[in-house]
Design a protein around this ligand. Structure first.
Ligand code: FAD
Ligand code: UDP
Length: 367
Protein backbone atom coordinates (compact mmCIF):
# COMPACT_ATOMS: atom_id res chain seq x y z
CA UNK A 1 0.00 0.00 0.00
CA UNK A 2 1.45 3.35 -1.04
CA UNK A 3 0.63 6.46 0.98
CA UNK A 4 0.73 8.57 -2.19
CA UNK A 5 0.39 7.88 -5.88
CA UNK A 6 1.96 10.86 -7.66
CA UNK A 7 1.08 11.31 -11.32
CA UNK A 8 3.80 13.12 -13.26
CA UNK A 9 7.51 13.26 -12.63
CA UNK A 10 8.19 16.93 -13.41
CA UNK A 11 8.98 19.61 -10.83
CA UNK A 12 5.47 19.48 -9.32
CA UNK A 13 5.51 15.71 -8.75
CA UNK A 14 9.18 15.39 -7.83
CA UNK A 15 9.08 18.10 -5.14
CA UNK A 16 6.12 16.42 -3.44
CA UNK A 17 7.66 12.96 -3.76
CA UNK A 18 10.88 14.20 -2.18
CA UNK A 19 9.17 16.09 0.67
CA UNK A 20 6.68 13.36 1.55
CA UNK A 21 9.26 10.56 1.33
CA UNK A 22 11.46 12.47 3.76
CA UNK A 23 8.47 12.37 6.18
CA UNK A 24 8.44 8.58 5.95
CA UNK A 25 5.60 8.29 3.44
CA UNK A 26 5.71 5.55 0.82
CA UNK A 27 5.49 7.06 -2.64
CA UNK A 28 4.81 5.68 -6.10
CA UNK A 29 5.48 8.25 -8.81
CA UNK A 30 4.41 7.42 -12.36
CA UNK A 31 5.00 9.16 -15.65
CA UNK A 32 3.81 8.18 -19.07
CA UNK A 33 7.07 9.33 -20.61
CA UNK A 34 10.20 7.18 -20.58
CA UNK A 35 12.15 9.61 -18.40
CA UNK A 36 11.97 11.67 -15.22
CA UNK A 37 12.14 15.51 -14.96
CA UNK A 38 9.00 16.33 -17.01
CA UNK A 39 9.49 19.23 -19.37
CA UNK A 40 12.79 20.10 -17.72
CA UNK A 41 14.35 16.83 -18.94
CA UNK A 42 17.83 17.19 -20.43
CA UNK A 43 20.22 14.63 -21.90
CA UNK A 44 23.38 14.30 -23.98
CA UNK A 45 22.54 13.93 -27.67
CA UNK A 46 24.46 11.68 -30.06
CA UNK A 47 27.06 14.43 -30.56
CA UNK A 48 27.63 14.67 -26.81
CA UNK A 49 25.87 18.02 -26.36
CA UNK A 50 23.64 18.50 -23.32
CA UNK A 51 20.25 19.53 -24.71
CA UNK A 52 16.79 20.21 -23.31
CA UNK A 53 14.32 17.90 -24.99
CA UNK A 54 11.33 20.20 -24.40
CA UNK A 55 12.93 23.53 -25.23
CA UNK A 56 15.33 25.84 -23.41
CA UNK A 57 14.89 25.91 -19.64
CA UNK A 58 16.62 28.71 -17.78
CA UNK A 59 16.31 28.77 -14.02
CA UNK A 60 15.60 32.09 -12.31
CA UNK A 61 13.80 33.01 -9.10
CA UNK A 62 13.35 35.73 -6.53
CA UNK A 63 12.49 33.15 -3.92
CA UNK A 64 15.36 32.37 -1.61
CA UNK A 65 13.32 29.47 -0.21
CA UNK A 66 12.97 27.84 -3.62
CA UNK A 67 16.63 28.38 -4.47
CA UNK A 68 17.78 27.03 -1.12
CA UNK A 69 15.48 24.03 -1.40
CA UNK A 70 16.75 23.04 -4.87
CA UNK A 71 20.34 23.65 -3.79
CA UNK A 72 20.07 20.47 -1.71
CA UNK A 73 20.04 18.49 -4.95
CA UNK A 74 22.45 20.34 -7.20
CA UNK A 75 25.36 22.67 -7.42
CA UNK A 76 24.84 25.64 -9.69
CA UNK A 77 26.53 27.35 -12.57
CA UNK A 78 25.83 31.09 -12.56
CA UNK A 79 24.11 32.05 -15.81
CA UNK A 80 22.29 35.19 -16.87
CA UNK A 81 20.30 34.71 -20.07
CA UNK A 82 20.55 37.32 -22.84
CA UNK A 83 18.23 37.51 -25.83
CA UNK A 84 18.57 39.43 -29.07
CA UNK A 85 15.72 40.13 -31.47
CA UNK A 86 16.08 40.04 -35.21
CA UNK A 87 14.27 43.26 -36.14
CA UNK A 88 14.68 45.51 -39.18
CA UNK A 89 17.78 43.57 -40.23
CA UNK A 90 19.47 44.26 -36.88
CA UNK A 91 20.05 42.16 -33.79
CA UNK A 92 18.91 44.22 -30.82
CA UNK A 93 18.37 43.45 -27.12
CA UNK A 94 15.03 42.04 -25.93
CA UNK A 95 13.51 43.17 -23.54
CA UNK A 96 13.50 46.56 -25.27
CA UNK A 97 16.09 48.73 -23.49
CA UNK A 98 18.14 51.88 -24.06
CA UNK A 99 20.46 50.06 -26.49
CA UNK A 100 17.51 48.66 -28.45
CA UNK A 101 16.06 52.12 -29.03
CA UNK A 102 19.39 53.72 -29.88
CA UNK A 103 20.35 50.98 -32.35
CA UNK A 104 16.94 50.76 -33.95
CA UNK A 105 16.52 54.52 -34.43
CA UNK A 106 20.20 55.41 -34.95
CA UNK A 107 20.15 57.67 -31.88
CA UNK A 108 22.36 58.27 -28.89
CA UNK A 109 19.77 58.93 -26.21
CA UNK A 110 20.40 58.90 -22.47
CA UNK A 111 18.15 57.00 -20.06
CA UNK A 112 16.09 60.13 -19.34
CA UNK A 113 15.76 60.92 -23.00
CA UNK A 114 14.63 57.41 -23.86
CA UNK A 115 11.99 57.66 -21.13
CA UNK A 116 10.59 60.75 -22.87
CA UNK A 117 10.98 59.12 -26.28
CA UNK A 118 8.92 56.10 -25.20
CA UNK A 119 6.37 58.33 -23.46
CA UNK A 120 5.89 60.20 -26.75
CA UNK A 121 5.25 56.90 -28.55
CA UNK A 122 3.14 55.19 -25.86
CA UNK A 123 -0.63 54.93 -26.27
CA UNK A 124 -1.85 55.10 -22.72
CA UNK A 125 -4.41 52.44 -21.79
CA UNK A 126 -6.53 52.40 -18.68
CA UNK A 127 -7.43 49.82 -17.61
CA UNK A 128 -4.75 47.47 -18.92
CA UNK A 129 -6.60 44.26 -19.65
CA UNK A 130 -4.96 42.54 -22.59
CA UNK A 131 -1.47 41.75 -23.80
CA UNK A 132 -1.94 44.42 -26.47
CA UNK A 133 -2.77 47.03 -23.81
CA UNK A 134 0.43 46.23 -21.89
CA UNK A 135 2.73 46.87 -24.81
CA UNK A 136 0.89 49.81 -26.42
CA UNK A 137 0.77 51.46 -23.02
CA UNK A 138 4.52 51.10 -22.58
CA UNK A 139 6.00 51.66 -26.06
CA UNK A 140 3.29 52.42 -28.61
CA UNK A 141 2.26 50.82 -31.87
CA UNK A 142 5.48 50.86 -33.86
CA UNK A 143 7.54 48.90 -31.34
CA UNK A 144 4.53 46.74 -30.52
CA UNK A 145 4.41 45.67 -34.15
CA UNK A 146 8.13 45.14 -34.44
CA UNK A 147 8.54 43.07 -31.28
CA UNK A 148 5.25 41.66 -30.03
CA UNK A 149 2.42 41.36 -32.51
CA UNK A 150 3.97 38.82 -34.88
CA UNK A 151 5.78 36.82 -32.21
CA UNK A 152 2.60 36.51 -30.17
CA UNK A 153 0.57 35.49 -33.21
CA UNK A 154 3.10 32.72 -33.95
CA UNK A 155 3.38 31.59 -30.36
CA UNK A 156 -0.31 31.52 -29.47
CA UNK A 157 -2.10 31.81 -32.82
CA UNK A 158 -3.92 34.74 -31.20
CA UNK A 159 -3.67 38.47 -31.46
CA UNK A 160 -2.23 40.04 -28.26
CA UNK A 161 -5.61 41.74 -27.79
CA UNK A 162 -7.08 38.25 -27.25
CA UNK A 163 -4.66 37.29 -24.46
CA UNK A 164 -4.54 38.29 -20.80
CA UNK A 165 -2.19 41.12 -19.91
CA UNK A 166 -0.04 38.70 -17.92
CA UNK A 167 1.44 37.13 -21.09
CA UNK A 168 3.35 40.06 -22.58
CA UNK A 169 3.79 41.55 -19.10
CA UNK A 170 6.42 38.81 -18.67
CA UNK A 171 8.67 40.91 -20.90
CA UNK A 172 9.33 44.37 -19.38
CA UNK A 173 10.51 47.58 -21.05
CA UNK A 174 13.70 49.15 -19.73
CA UNK A 175 15.22 52.57 -20.10
CA UNK A 176 18.67 51.49 -18.89
CA UNK A 177 21.21 49.25 -20.61
CA UNK A 178 20.40 46.10 -18.64
CA UNK A 179 20.21 43.46 -21.36
CA UNK A 180 19.50 40.42 -19.19
CA UNK A 181 16.28 38.59 -20.02
CA UNK A 182 15.55 38.14 -16.30
CA UNK A 183 16.36 40.36 -13.33
CA UNK A 184 15.65 37.81 -10.57
CA UNK A 185 17.97 37.66 -7.56
CA UNK A 186 18.91 34.05 -8.27
CA UNK A 187 19.83 33.07 -11.83
CA UNK A 188 21.72 29.84 -12.36
CA UNK A 189 21.65 26.50 -14.15
CA UNK A 190 21.97 23.15 -12.36
CA UNK A 191 25.66 22.38 -12.78
CA UNK A 192 25.18 18.85 -14.10
CA UNK A 193 21.79 19.45 -15.67
CA UNK A 194 18.16 19.14 -14.60
CA UNK A 195 17.87 15.36 -14.97
CA UNK A 196 20.79 14.82 -12.57
CA UNK A 197 19.12 17.15 -10.09
CA UNK A 198 15.85 15.19 -10.37
CA UNK A 199 17.73 11.90 -9.86
CA UNK A 200 18.94 13.22 -6.50
CA UNK A 201 15.47 14.48 -5.55
CA UNK A 202 13.98 11.08 -6.27
CA UNK A 203 16.74 8.94 -4.76
CA UNK A 204 15.01 8.29 -1.41
CA UNK A 205 14.34 4.64 -0.60
CA UNK A 206 10.65 5.41 0.01
CA UNK A 207 10.18 6.52 -3.62
CA UNK A 208 9.36 3.99 -6.35
CA UNK A 209 9.29 5.24 -9.93
CA UNK A 210 7.30 3.74 -12.81
CA UNK A 211 7.98 5.23 -16.24
CA UNK A 212 6.07 4.68 -19.48
CA UNK A 213 3.00 4.25 -17.32
CA UNK A 214 -0.27 6.09 -17.66
CA UNK A 215 -1.78 6.29 -14.18
CA UNK A 216 -5.12 5.22 -15.63
CA UNK A 217 -3.62 1.80 -16.32
CA UNK A 218 -2.60 1.18 -12.72
CA UNK A 219 -5.01 2.96 -10.38
CA UNK A 220 -7.27 -0.03 -10.13
CA UNK A 221 -4.50 -2.51 -9.44
CA UNK A 222 -2.01 -0.69 -7.22
CA UNK A 223 -3.39 0.30 -3.81
CA UNK A 224 -2.71 3.83 -2.53
CA UNK A 225 -4.29 6.23 -0.07
CA UNK A 226 -4.02 9.66 -1.69
CA UNK A 227 -3.30 10.85 -5.20
CA UNK A 228 -1.30 13.90 -6.29
CA UNK A 229 -2.05 14.69 -9.91
CA UNK A 230 0.17 16.95 -12.07
CA UNK A 231 -1.13 16.14 -15.57
CA UNK A 232 -3.73 18.19 -17.49
CA UNK A 233 -6.79 18.70 -15.29
CA UNK A 234 -9.29 18.37 -18.17
CA UNK A 235 -7.93 14.93 -18.99
CA UNK A 236 -8.32 13.82 -15.35
CA UNK A 237 -12.03 14.57 -15.54
CA UNK A 238 -12.42 13.00 -18.99
CA UNK A 239 -13.00 16.43 -20.59
CA UNK A 240 -16.46 16.63 -19.01
CA UNK A 241 -16.53 20.43 -19.44
CA UNK A 242 -14.74 20.30 -22.78
CA UNK A 243 -11.07 20.44 -23.72
CA UNK A 244 -8.89 23.12 -22.19
CA UNK A 245 -6.70 24.54 -24.93
CA UNK A 246 -2.94 24.16 -24.51
CA UNK A 247 -0.34 25.42 -26.94
CA UNK A 248 2.33 23.00 -28.13
CA UNK A 249 5.70 23.36 -29.82
CA UNK A 250 7.62 21.36 -32.39
CA UNK A 251 11.26 21.41 -31.43
CA UNK A 252 13.72 21.00 -34.30
CA UNK A 253 17.31 20.39 -33.27
CA UNK A 254 20.35 20.93 -35.44
CA UNK A 255 24.00 20.25 -34.68
CA UNK A 256 26.87 22.08 -36.34
CA UNK A 257 30.50 21.12 -36.62
CA UNK A 258 31.61 24.44 -35.18
CA UNK A 259 32.07 25.78 -31.68
CA UNK A 260 29.57 28.60 -31.78
CA UNK A 261 26.49 29.17 -33.95
CA UNK A 262 25.01 32.51 -32.84
CA UNK A 263 26.10 35.41 -30.68
CA UNK A 264 23.89 34.87 -27.64
CA UNK A 265 21.83 32.18 -25.91
CA UNK A 266 18.57 32.97 -27.73
CA UNK A 267 17.66 34.97 -30.81
CA UNK A 268 13.97 35.86 -31.22
CA UNK A 269 12.36 36.31 -34.64
CA UNK A 270 9.30 38.49 -33.99
CA UNK A 271 8.46 39.27 -37.62
CA UNK A 272 10.13 36.62 -39.77
CA UNK A 273 10.18 32.81 -40.08
CA UNK A 274 7.70 30.26 -38.78
CA UNK A 275 9.71 29.61 -35.63
CA UNK A 276 9.69 32.06 -32.72
CA UNK A 277 13.26 31.67 -31.53
CA UNK A 278 16.54 29.81 -31.83
CA UNK A 279 18.44 28.80 -28.70
CA UNK A 280 22.01 27.52 -28.55
CA UNK A 281 22.36 25.20 -25.57
CA UNK A 282 26.07 25.66 -24.87
CA UNK A 283 25.44 29.23 -23.68
CA UNK A 284 23.00 27.88 -21.09
CA UNK A 285 25.00 24.89 -19.97
CA UNK A 286 28.52 26.28 -20.31
CA UNK A 287 29.58 23.05 -22.01
CA UNK A 288 32.84 23.09 -23.97
CA UNK A 289 32.72 21.11 -27.21
CA UNK A 290 33.91 21.48 -30.80
CA UNK A 291 30.28 21.01 -31.94
CA UNK A 292 27.16 22.93 -31.00
CA UNK A 293 23.42 22.18 -30.99
CA UNK A 294 20.61 24.66 -31.48
CA UNK A 295 16.83 24.31 -31.23
CA UNK A 296 14.16 26.04 -33.29
CA UNK A 297 10.71 26.41 -31.70
CA UNK A 298 7.74 26.04 -34.04
CA UNK A 299 4.51 26.65 -32.10
CA UNK A 300 1.56 24.41 -32.97
CA UNK A 301 -1.95 23.61 -31.80
CA UNK A 302 -1.36 19.84 -31.73
CA UNK A 303 1.07 17.85 -29.68
CA UNK A 304 2.05 17.62 -26.01
CA UNK A 305 0.32 20.25 -23.86
CA UNK A 306 3.04 22.77 -22.96
CA UNK A 307 1.43 26.16 -22.48
CA UNK A 308 -1.92 26.88 -20.79
CA UNK A 309 -3.44 29.79 -22.76
CA UNK A 310 -4.20 32.70 -20.42
CA UNK A 311 -7.52 34.24 -21.45
CA UNK A 312 -10.87 34.61 -19.75
CA UNK A 313 -12.88 31.95 -21.56
CA UNK A 314 -10.22 29.33 -20.73
CA UNK A 315 -10.04 30.45 -17.11
CA UNK A 316 -13.83 30.04 -16.90
CA UNK A 317 -13.59 26.43 -18.09
CA UNK A 318 -10.68 25.79 -15.74
CA UNK A 319 -12.70 27.20 -12.83
CA UNK A 320 -15.38 24.59 -13.52
CA UNK A 321 -12.77 21.83 -13.34
CA UNK A 322 -11.29 23.37 -10.21
CA UNK A 323 -14.70 23.38 -8.55
CA UNK A 324 -15.15 19.73 -9.48
CA UNK A 325 -11.70 18.91 -8.09
CA UNK A 326 -12.82 20.25 -4.71
CA UNK A 327 -15.32 17.39 -4.58
CA UNK A 328 -12.36 14.96 -4.71
CA UNK A 329 -10.59 15.55 -1.39
CA UNK A 330 -8.47 12.47 -1.92
CA UNK A 331 -6.75 13.97 -4.96
CA UNK A 332 -4.50 17.03 -4.89
CA UNK A 333 -3.89 18.99 -8.10
CA UNK A 334 -0.63 20.88 -8.58
CA UNK A 335 1.71 22.05 -11.34
CA UNK A 336 1.41 23.95 -14.58
CA UNK A 337 -1.02 21.58 -16.28
CA UNK A 338 -3.17 20.55 -13.33
CA UNK A 339 -3.79 24.14 -12.21
CA UNK A 340 -3.77 25.55 -15.75
CA UNK A 341 -1.27 28.28 -14.88
CA UNK A 342 1.49 29.72 -17.06
CA UNK A 343 4.07 29.06 -14.33
CA UNK A 344 7.83 29.05 -14.51
CA UNK A 345 9.77 26.25 -12.84
CA UNK A 346 10.36 28.18 -9.62
CA UNK A 347 6.66 29.00 -9.31
CA UNK A 348 5.81 25.32 -9.68
CA UNK A 349 8.35 24.43 -6.98
CA UNK A 350 6.87 27.11 -4.68
CA UNK A 351 3.33 25.89 -5.39
CA UNK A 352 4.26 22.29 -4.59
CA UNK A 353 6.15 23.21 -1.43
CA UNK A 354 3.03 25.10 -0.32
CA UNK A 355 0.87 22.06 -1.10
CA UNK A 356 3.25 19.90 0.90
CA UNK A 357 2.81 22.18 3.92
CA UNK A 358 -0.96 22.05 3.47
CA UNK A 359 -0.97 18.24 3.34
CA UNK A 360 1.23 18.10 6.41
CA UNK A 361 -1.04 20.46 8.36
CA UNK A 362 -4.13 18.51 7.37
CA UNK A 363 -2.51 15.32 8.61
CA UNK A 364 -1.65 16.88 11.94
CA UNK A 365 -5.26 18.09 12.17
CA UNK A 366 -6.66 14.64 11.33
CA UNK A 367 -4.36 12.87 13.80
P1 FAD B 1 5.56 18.92 -16.37
O1 FAD B 1 7.03 19.15 -16.35
O2 FAD B 1 4.83 19.07 -17.66
O3 FAD B 1 5.28 17.47 -15.76
C1 FAD B 1 4.03 16.83 -15.86
C2 FAD B 1 4.30 15.36 -16.13
O4 FAD B 1 3.07 14.64 -16.01
C3 FAD B 1 4.83 15.10 -17.53
O5 FAD B 1 6.12 14.50 -17.48
C4 FAD B 1 3.78 14.17 -18.15
O6 FAD B 1 4.34 13.15 -18.97
C5 FAD B 1 3.14 13.57 -16.91
N1 FAD B 1 1.77 13.09 -17.16
C6 FAD B 1 0.75 13.77 -17.70
N2 FAD B 1 -0.35 12.99 -17.80
C7 FAD B 1 0.00 11.78 -17.30
C8 FAD B 1 -0.69 10.53 -17.15
N3 FAD B 1 -1.97 10.39 -17.54
N4 FAD B 1 -0.04 9.50 -16.59
C9 FAD B 1 1.26 9.62 -16.23
N5 FAD B 1 1.97 10.77 -16.36
C10 FAD B 1 1.35 11.83 -16.90
N6 FAD B 1 10.29 27.62 -16.88
C11 FAD B 1 11.31 28.36 -16.38
O7 FAD B 1 11.35 28.62 -15.16
N7 FAD B 1 12.33 28.82 -17.19
C12 FAD B 1 12.36 28.56 -18.52
O8 FAD B 1 13.28 28.97 -19.23
C13 FAD B 1 11.28 27.79 -19.08
N8 FAD B 1 11.26 27.52 -20.39
C14 FAD B 1 10.25 26.77 -20.91
C15 FAD B 1 10.26 26.51 -22.27
C16 FAD B 1 9.25 25.75 -22.83
C17 FAD B 1 9.25 25.48 -24.31
C18 FAD B 1 8.20 25.25 -22.00
C19 FAD B 1 7.10 24.41 -22.58
C20 FAD B 1 8.18 25.50 -20.66
C21 FAD B 1 9.20 26.29 -20.09
N9 FAD B 1 9.23 26.57 -18.72
C22 FAD B 1 10.26 27.33 -18.20
C23 FAD B 1 8.15 26.10 -17.81
C24 FAD B 1 8.50 24.76 -17.15
O9 FAD B 1 8.63 23.77 -18.15
C25 FAD B 1 7.37 24.39 -16.19
O10 FAD B 1 7.15 25.40 -15.24
C26 FAD B 1 7.63 23.10 -15.41
O11 FAD B 1 8.33 22.15 -16.14
C27 FAD B 1 6.28 22.55 -14.98
O12 FAD B 1 6.46 21.40 -14.19
P2 FAD B 1 5.22 20.44 -13.91
O13 FAD B 1 5.72 19.36 -13.04
O14 FAD B 1 4.06 21.25 -13.50
O15 FAD B 1 4.82 19.89 -15.36
N1 UDP C 1 6.91 38.03 -26.60
C1 UDP C 1 6.91 38.70 -27.79
N2 UDP C 1 8.11 38.96 -28.40
C2 UDP C 1 9.29 38.57 -27.86
C3 UDP C 1 9.28 37.88 -26.64
C4 UDP C 1 8.06 37.61 -26.03
O1 UDP C 1 5.86 39.03 -28.33
O2 UDP C 1 10.35 38.83 -28.46
C5 UDP C 1 5.59 37.77 -25.95
C6 UDP C 1 4.95 36.50 -26.52
O3 UDP C 1 3.55 36.64 -26.46
C7 UDP C 1 5.45 35.45 -25.55
C8 UDP C 1 5.34 36.21 -24.23
O4 UDP C 1 5.75 37.55 -24.57
O5 UDP C 1 4.66 34.30 -25.58
C9 UDP C 1 6.16 35.68 -23.10
O6 UDP C 1 7.52 35.54 -23.51
P1 UDP C 1 8.51 34.53 -22.77
O7 UDP C 1 9.85 34.70 -23.38
O8 UDP C 1 8.39 34.73 -21.30
O9 UDP C 1 7.88 33.11 -23.17
P2 UDP C 1 8.31 31.61 -22.80
O10 UDP C 1 9.79 31.61 -22.53
O11 UDP C 1 7.49 31.22 -21.63
O12 UDP C 1 7.95 30.87 -24.03
Amino acid sequence: MYDFLIVGCGFAGAVLAERLAAEGKKILIVDKRNHIAGNAYDYYNEDGILIHKYGPHIFHTNSEDVFRYLSRFTEWRPYEHRVLGSVDGLLVPIPINLTTINELYGKNLTSDEVTSFLASKAEKRNPILTSEDVVLNAVGKELYEKFFKGYTKKQWDLDPSELDASVTARVPTRTNKDDRYFTDNFQAMPKNGYTEMFKKMLSHKNISIMLQTDYKDIIDVIPFRTMIYTGPIDSYFNFCYGKLPYRSIDFKFETFNQEIYQETGTINYPTSNLYTRITEFKYLTGQKNSKTTIVYEYPTADGDPYYPIPRKQNQDVYNQYKKLSEEHPNVYFTGRLATYKYYNMDQVVAQSLALYRKIKNQEIYVN
